[in-house]
Design a protein around this ligand. Structure first.
Ligand SMILES: *[C@@H]1O[C@H](CO)[C@@H](O)[C@H](O)[C@H]1NC(C)=O
Ligand SMILES: *[C@@H]1O[C@H](CO)[C@@H](O)[C@H](O)[C@H]1NC(C)=O
Ligand SMILES: *[C@@H]1O[C@H](CO)[C@@H](O)[C@H](O)[C@H]1NC(C)=O
Length: 542
């Protein structure tokens, strides 16, 4: 009798406990997710990868206290990478595998695709995007507010001027800065990166505290702008940089500094709102850096080969990290193979969803793997198959196969700058006192000087081999041992014909599952001259 009562009492307590869990503040249970996407940032542009040429203290402080993803892969170019992030699928499976989307192109990311914010909305999240969309604006239904986001401030197309917000492409010019569906005329003249920062901070400060937050900060930096001013940066910031001779690189550094300030402001806002310790922050580039004048830009992927929009490591191996107090292993360098399509299931899981219900995606839930520092279940990454340009690449285990190349091989080399690898140039004291470091200190997550220097050394890629035997993927596929030769200098295709055969067959499997690229010819009716010189959802008006 007594025993029975106590069991009943326990049962009752348990039910009360369940009710209290269910009724309590949702945001106290589900983490806030801040995804910061840089545009066209190279592997060697951030100072956490070993070069002190451009000092990025706020990014570094987060990176070193979280997990630096050192074998993290993105796709070679903007639209495909964003499509993979939003859908969890390889671009060959959404028709987004070829080139970028243009403002006057009558297409968008297919509407039957369910996007990351839509998945998170179902889990109770409020979703906000500040910055660049670039997944279609042909019709209103393709734009952020119709695809899972509650608010948007930023451009719809691929790039614009950071001050006047005009975008030139395909011989057309128009204003591209939106607040929701409206044109944000009031932001004229305000530096885009700073606009993005202020909006992000406002969203954090004015959030609905009974909902968890998904904030997608999609910087336009450090993408180049229009030919009349390819690398726009506030003059005072440029003037403050005195260690870089090359004027373009110096302006690039100034653009990146504003992005780094932005990270500091966002982390500080999260700390002041007392939600930093219940946040996940992911930082990623969308593709490798346009170096040496590619796209009129001055990024660096050194010592990796190639540039943006090539299938070499310089186009694919992304600068990225994940930070969260919810990760059990932190202050480490991850060598786990991770792909940009993995964020959707990973973040869905972290948000409290059951990632096993996500069917037909290519991404893999990496949360436990990262949190517990386990071996990555991912042994393969399809980098892309582009049957229009005739290029494709795949990595399986340590082997990478490159078939064909873009630009007729003109961007297949190695480009600088190497930067400054002298450890004593690294401003460790400034790093440990920047805004992000102060916020981290407030939650006891600031790594020690010793740890920072050790991790930075581990995160630096060095290559000893120099073009041992040349390869020309236009004539014959090239094979690399990417684990031991990350710089792709030694072509092993002749030495391991069976491995070439295995990887080629796998590429053919993928090719068989791909859908046709969705690209369409430019529609002159989308020209901004017909819409008060503004890029718009012209498909709704024709
Ligand atoms: C805040 O979120 C809660 C929970 O989803 C919702 O009921 C409420 O209406 C929201 N408040 C506002 C002002 O949107
Ligand atoms: C690194 O910088 C320090 C301080 O400026 C200088 O003394 C030293 O010679 C440099 N080392 C190398 C290898 O350039
Ligand atoms: C993929 O299949 C298409 C259509 O059958 C073909 O034209 C193309 O060459 C194939 N690409 C590769 C990389 O095998």
């Amino acid at each position: 009798m007594k025993l029975e009562t106590s069991n009943k009492f326990k049962k009752l307590l348990f039910i009360l406990f369940l009710i209290s869990v269910k009724c309590s503040d949702a945001s106290a249970l589900q983490p806030n997710i801040i995804f910061i996407l840089a545009d066209d940032l190279g592997f060697n542009d951030v100072s956490f990868h070993g070069s002190s040429q451009i000092f990025t203290p706020n990014l570094d402080a987060l990176a070193f206290s979280g997990i630096i993803l050192n074998r993290y892969y993105v796709t070679p170019i903007c639209t495909p990478s964003r499509s993979a992030l939003m859908t969890g699928k390889y671009p060959i499976h959404t028709g987004m595998q070829h080139a970028v989307l243009y403002g006057a192109e009558p297409r968008g990311l297919p509407l039957h695709e369910k996007l990351l914010p839509e998945y998170l909305r179902a889990l109770g999240y409020s979703n906000h995007i500040v910055g660049k969309w670039h997944l279609g604006s042909y019709k209103r239904v393709y734009t952020p507010l119709m695809r899972g986001f509650d608010s948007h401030v930023g451009p719809w197309t691929g790039h614009h001027d950071y001050f006047d917000h005009y975008a030139m492409e395909k011989g057309m010019t128009g204003l591209d800065m939106r607040r929701g569906f409206d044109v944000a005329y009031d932001l004229h003249g305000r530096y885009t990166t700073d606009v993005i920062t202020d909006e992000a901070v406002n969203i954090i400060n004015n959030r609905n505290t009974s909902q968890p937050l998904f904030l997608y900060v999609a910087h336009t930096a450090v993408h180049s702008s229009n030919p009349y001013s390819p690398l726009p940066a506030p003059d005072a910031t440029v003037a403050g940089i005195n260690n870089i001779e090359d004027y373009n690189r110096r302006k690039f550094a100034a653009m990146l500094q504003h992005l780094d300030f932005s990270v500091g402001e966002i982390v500080e806002a999260l700390a002041q709102a007392k939600i930093l310790s219940n946040s996940i922050i992911v930082f990623s580039t969308d593709n490798g850096g346009p170096a040496a004048g590619f796209n009129l830009n001055a990024a660096s992927n050194f010592p990796l080969r190639g540039v943006k929009n090539t299938l070499w490591e310089g186009g694919l191996r992304g600068a990225g990290f994940i930070w969260s107090p919810h990760l059990n292993s932190r202050e480490i360098i991850s060598e786990q193979m991770i792909h940009i399509s993995d964020w959707l299931p990973t973040l869905y899981h972290a948000a409290g969803g059951d990632a096993s219900i996500l069917r037909d995606i290519d991404g893999i839930n990496m949360w436990d793997v990262l949190s517990e520092n386990l071996q990555s279940p991912r042994s393969e990454i399809l980098h892309n198959i582009d049957n229009i340009w005739g290029s494709s690449a795949i990595t399986i285990d340590k082997w990478k196969l490159v078939v064909g190349t873009n630009y007729n091989g003109q961007w297949d080399g190695w480009y600088g700058p190497e930067g400054d690898r002298n450890v004593s140039s690294y401003f460790i004291n400034d790093l440990l006192t920047c805004k992000t470091a102060r916020a981290l200190k407030s939650i006891q997550m600031l790594p020690t000087t010793h740890k920072v220097l050790k991790l930075r050394n581990e995160a630096t890629v060095t290559c000893s081999q120099k073009d041992v035997n040349t390869c020309n993927p236009l004539t014959k596929p090239c094979l690399f041992d990417i684990l031991n030769d990350p710089c792709e200098s030694s072509n092993l295709a002749d030495k391991f014909p069976n491995i070439v055969k295995t990887l080629t067959e796998r590429l053919l499997d993928f090719n068989a599952s791909s859908i046709a690229p969705g690209n369409l010819p430019i529609d002159e009716r989308g020209n901004p001259i017909f819409f008060d010189h503004t890029w718009t959802n012209f498909g709704d008006f024709i």
